[in-house]
Structures are given as structure tokens and as C-alpha cells.
Design a protein around this ligand. Structure first.
Ligand code: ZN
Length: 81
């Protein structure tokens, strides 16, 4: 994903991370994470948003569906879904 811009912020936020499709930019709020694994999970989460957007997958999904797919993708490797 060469055109994804990811910014790591030290400031607090209501979100752990957020992806802006219009500008292809993800903001990751470091203070909202408790561990490095937690941080990696958010980075993966926002990257999935970007991948779905770039491949037109969001056209047929509402926000809730997209969040559910990402949740399933992140837990699939643990066979917990
Ligand atoms: Zn999300």
C-alpha cells in the first residue's frame, strides 16, 4: 500500500486510530494503547480500511460490516471466530 500515509500521534483521542479515505491517511493515537501488540493491531486495522477502500470493497459494505470483517480477519489466525 504505497500511498497510505500513517501518522503516529502522542496526543489523546477518543479513537485508537482512524482512517480517512479521502486523503488516504491513517492516524494512530499511541496514548490509547496498552501494549505494542495492541498498537500493531490498530495499525493492521487501519491498513485493512485502506486496502478495502483502494480495492473498491467498501462500495458494498456499510461501516458496521467493514468493522466486522476486519474484526474477523484479525481473530481468524487464532481460530476464535
Ligand atoms: Zn475501523
Amino acid at each position: 500500500m504505497p500511498d497510505l500515509k500513517m501518522e503516529l500521534k502522542c496526543s489523546q483521542s477518543d479513537n485508537r486510530g482512524i482512517y480517512y479515505a479521502e486523503t488516504k491517511r491513517a492516524m494512530i493515537y499511541l496514548a490509547m494503547h496498552e501494549s505494542l501488540d495492541d498498537l500493531y493491531k490498530t495499525i493492521d486495522h487501519e491498513t485493512y480500511h485502506h486496502c478495502f477502500n483502494e480495492n473498491g470493497e467498501t462500495d458494498g459494505m456499510d461501516e458496521h460490516m467493514e468493522e466486522r470483517v476486519i474484526y474477523c480477519l484479525q481473530w481468524a489466525r487464532f481460530d476464535l471466530i
